[in-house]
Design a protein around this ligand. Structure first.
Ligand SMILES: [Mg+2]
Length: 342
């Protein structure tokens, strides 16, 4: 990661002092634009009225997501780079969850005039880093002033000749598998804010990093499509909540195996229970209901199970019926995922 940061940083002409307001709109746009990767499919990038991006398969997959200071992050906890990575990852994960390859991002940022310019450039670095990790360019954007930092990222993608993997395609008899961490972001948030009590340790750092900088496995989305995934979603609101969307859209029931969800000894979540920092039910609740990890969870035909790469972990089955259960019973945890406006 540090090497990647150095590469991105290397394209920038030095650091800039002062505030966003002192830099001015055009100075800011110029400084931000200089940090953005072009992307392999971009024929017209930043600098004209619109960008032109190749859509090799003939249709464009598109998603947008908004990140707002005070609502999705605090500047006291997240650096500009963290916020840029998170904002890009949220939209890019939605592209991967359709089975598509991300091609381009457009980023609209609203910034308080008193914000240090360096913070804004750090934000741009985060967006650029995550776009590059996904293989996408950043092909356009807009800036405005606002009381709170607001970052809106539109992501585009290409299906590479596959049909999109929808939420509605799961059938009874399919298996359910996940690629990526579950509950790490929620645990990291609890560690970061000390909301589990004054005795909270500051580590493990991996969990805190997972909260600040989610790292979805973008390649796993198209991989799942190639392997015949019948339905897919990224875990943004919590495993139970998001699989609830799949179950509802597909008209099926999903039953998860608790044993398959228990963290392995190598999982940083295990260190929390090992050291008595938090009880096992709390960790399981984070795994089942914690959001923002952006793991991909997909249904596959049962005969595809043997061919799944190791990074896909089977956690449940699809059956006739409705709703999501754990070992045949509804989960009795604190909350079934994160609902906005609650
Ligand atoms: Mg999503």
């Amino acid at each position: 990661l540090e090497a990647a940061i150095a590469t991105v940083g290397g394209s920038v002409s030095g650091s800039i002092g002062g505030s966003v307001g002192e830099l001015g709109e055009f100075g800011l746009i110029k400084a931000l634009a200089s940090r953005m990767p072009a992307g392999p499919g971009t024929s017209v990038g930043i600098g004209d009225d619109s960008a032109v991006v190749a859509a090799p398969s003939g249709s464009v997959v598109a998603a947008v997501d908004m990140v707002i200071e005070g609502r999705h992050f605090l500047r006291s906890l997240s650096s500009g780079r963290d916020v840029g990575i998170k904002a890009a990852a949220r939209s890019l994960a939605d592209i991967a969850a359709m089975g598509a390859v991300p091609t381009a991002l457009l980023a609209a940022v609203a910034l308080p005039p008193a914000l240090p310019a360096e913070w804004a450039l750090d934000l741009a670095s985060g967006l650029a880093l995550e776009a590059e990790r996904a293989g996408a360019g950043i092909v356009g954007g807009d800036t405005a002033s606002a009381d709170a930092v607001t970052v809106t990222v539109t992501a585009l993608g290409d299906l590479g000749g596959h049909e999109p993997v929808l939420r509605s395609g799961a059938s009874p008899g399919d298996i359910v598998a996940v690629c990526g961490p579950l509950g790490h972001s929620a645990a990291g948030y609890a560690l970061l804010t000390g909301s589990r009590g004054p005795e909270a340790p500051r580590g493990p750092e991996a969990l805190i990093a997972a909260h600040l900088r989610p790292a979805p496995s973008y390649a796993a989305g198209p991989e799942a499509a190639r392997l015949g995934a019948t339905a897919m979603i990224d875990v943004s609101d919590g495993l139970l909540a998001d699989l609830g969307h799949v179950a509802a859209a597909s008209g099926v029931a999903i039953d998860l195996s608790l044993a398959s969800l228990a963290p392995s000894p190598a999982n940083p979540l295990s260190s929390l229970t090992d050291h008595g920092f938090c009880p096992r039910p709390q960790v399981l609740d984070w795994i089942l209901t914690g959001g923002e990890d952006h793991a991909l969870v997909a249904a596959f035909p049962a005969d595809a199970t043997a061919g799944l790469p190791e990074r896909w972990h089977v956690i449940g089955v699809v059956a006739a019926g409705t709703g999501v259960t754990v070992d045949g019973r509804p989960h009795e945890g604190a909350a079934a995922g994160w609902e906005h406006f609650r």
